[in-house]
Write a protein that binds this ligand. Sequence first.
Ligand SMILES: [Zn+2]
Length: 325
Amino acid sequence: MAWTRFGKKKDMPGGLWIKCESCGTMLFRKDFEQRHRVCQTCDYHFTLPARDRIALTADEGSFEEIWERLGAEDVLEFNDRMPYGEKLKATRAKTGESDAMVTGLATVKGIPCALGVMNFRFLGGSMGMVVGEKIARLCERALADGLPVILFACSGGARMHEGAVSLMQMAKTCGALQKLHAAGGVSISVMTHPTTGGVTASFASVCDFLIAEPGALIGFAGPRVIATTIKKELPKGFQRSEFLLEKGQIDCIVERSRMRDELARLLAYATGRDAVAAYKSEDHAVADVGPAADSKDGKKAVKGKSKTKSKAKTKVKAKAKPKKG
Ligand SMILES: [Zn+2]
């Protein structure tokens, strides 16, 4: 099959303008892409393709993909409108990806980590055998190499084409994370719009730190299904990040523009580096200052540069606390 990870096509419709799904504003596509797909009027965070997410998160050139050739098979010979096998082939050709998750090793502001990012463009980011396997392997790799794990969730849930096999990935990913946690490893889950179904009900919710992007739909069954089942009107903002933060389901909400800083802070904290310096600085050498004992020097070192990075002033809405694994 003729696809490579460099040869992927953007499957977005062409045109200079794009309409905001939330407020309806017409956005100039170039500005919109420059703002990493965040609406300038209402701050709505659009779904970000996996490769763009990696580029935004990892240090330039640091991402080293692993298991990129891992592909699913149609073990059940499932057939809806077209056989699952054919659907997989078509989706691979369209997206240039082997499945709905990209995994690899990277550094974030100089701090090494294991990174897994879901791709919504691949069958709605659904979790099947490959997504489960990649997460499990990533946790094992992180455990062997002593790395923290970051998982970006963006999914419609379990992949129905794989039946019970897709549901088994819930237990598999949770088991792998549990093994990592039991050995003292650290995991960070970033839930982006939308994170639903079996993904919310498994790995995305059992990491040490649960971060969400603003306004993301996060839940198990969709709001419409719930409303018709319980025959009640749902509260305003139901299943959105802000609602879930208020209810204690997630630890914090982080805007896309600050995500890299926040992840660096948590990674530094998890690996015994200076978290304050890591948050503020874009200088990898500073983030790498090492143990917190040196934090005074670290802080001084960033102070001179902090003028260029004024975004750091905004605070995290709720302080993330590590949970007991
Ligand atoms: Zn908008």
